[in-house]
Design a protein around this ligand. Structure first.
Ligand code: MN
Length: 274
C-alpha cells in the first residue's frame, strides 16, 4: 500500500546526501554508532535499526505481524528509530514511506565479524544492502573481520565507509547491484589498500552440540569454530582480507548461473520427452 504522506516527519529538509544507516546487530551496537558518527561527516544521516540482534537472519521480510517503530537515542545523544522487524524491514519501511524522503544511499553495519563468500547468504548486514538494491538505491554492507569478543576498534572500518560512501554518492552504482565491504581488523595505517574482489569459498567448521533440557528432551545447538576460507585463490574476498586489504565485492541480484544456462540448454526437452 502506498503512503500518501510520510509517517514520521523529521527535521531533515530535502537532502541530496541523505544516508540511511541500519545493521543486523541491533540499535545498541557500537559498530552502528561508529558508522553513523563517521558518515555524518559527508551527509545527513538517519538511523533506522532493529531493536535486537538479527545476525544471520538473512533476507527476512516480516509479513505476518505488524511492525512497531519507536524513537530512541544513541549513546552520543543523537536520535534514531528502532523497529521490531528485521534489517530488511528497516530498509523497506523507509522505502515505503516511513520518512519524508528516500535516502540517496543505504549503509549497513558495521558488522563485528566478516561477511565473506557464502556468508552473504546468511548475513542480515548484507540483506539490508540487498533490500536497498531491490529499491534502486545504492547500498553498502560494511563488516570488520574481527573474530573475537574483546572490544573492537571500528575506526578503520568507519573511515573506509566514509571513503567508499563518498564515491558511491558521487557516482552511483548500476541497478540491481550493491557493494559488500570487509575491512581487516587492524589499524587504518596498517591496511594495505583496497582490492575489488569476487566471492571466495568459505570453509565452515560448524558442529552439532546435543544436550538435554530439564525435562529430559534432547535439543540441538549449532556451534563450532568460526569459519575459515580458501586463502589460496587470489582475488577473492577471503584472500583480500587475509592479505590486509579492504575487500570491496560488487554483488549483483541476478543469481543465475549464466555458465549453466548454456550448458543446460539441452535439458529443455525434459518435460516434453516421452
Ligand atoms: Mn551481525
Amino acid at each position: 500500500m502506498l503512503q500518501s504522506a510520510p509517517l514520521i516527519q523529521t527535521t531533515i529538509c530535502r537532502s541530496i546526501n541523505l544516508i540511511l544507516i541500519t545493521n543486523d546487530d541491533g540499535v545498541d551496537s557500537p559498530g552502528l554508532l561508529a558508522l553513523k558518527q563517521a558518515l555524518q561527516k559527508i551527509g545527513d544521516v538517519i538511523v533506522v535499526a532493529p531493536d535486537r540482534n538479527w545476525s544471520a537472519a538473512g533476507h527476512t521480510k516480516t509479513m505476518h505481524k505488524p511492525l512497531r517503530v519507536n524513537q530512541t537515542t544513541l549513546r552520543d545523544g543523537s536520535p534514531a528509530y528502532t523497529t521490531d522487524g528485521a534489517p530488511t524491514d528497516c530498509v523497506a519501511l523507509v522505502m515505503l514511506g516511513l520518512l519524508p524522503e528516500k535516502p540517496a544511499l543505504v549503509v549497513s553495519g558495521i558488522n563485528p565479524g566478516s561477511n565473506l563468500a557464502h556468508d552473504l547468504t546468511y548475513s542480515g548486514t548484507v540483506a539490508a544492502a540487498m533490500e536497498a538494491a531491490i529499491n534502486n538505491i545504492p547500498g553498502i554492507a560494511m563488516s570488520i573481520d574481527a573474530n573475537h569478543h574483546a572490544a573492537i576498534d571500528f575506526t578503520p572500518a568507519a573511515e573506509t565507509a566514509v571513503r567508499i560512501a563518498r564515491r558511491v554518492l558521487a557516482r552511483g552504482l548500476p541497478r540491481d547491484t550493491f557493494l559488500n565491504v570487509n575491512v581487516p581488523d587492524i589499524s587504518f595505517d596498517q591496511i594495505k589498500g583496497a582490492r575489488i574482489t569476487r566471492m571466495g569459498k568459505r570453509i565452515y567448521r560448524d558442529a552439532l552440540v546435543e544436550r538435554q533440557d530439564p525435562y529430559g528432551k534432547k535439543y540441538y545447538w549449532i556451534g563450532g569454530e568460526p569459519p575459515t576460507g580458501n586463502l589460496d585463490e587470489e582475488g577473492t574476498d577471503v584472500w583480500a582480507v587475509a592479505q590486509r586489504f579492504v575487500s570491496i565485492t560488487p554483488i549483483q541480484m541476478d543469481m543465475t548461473s549464466h555458465a549453466l544456462v548454456a550448458r543446460l540448454k539441452e535439458w529443455e526437452t525434459v518435460v516434453s520427452e516421452q
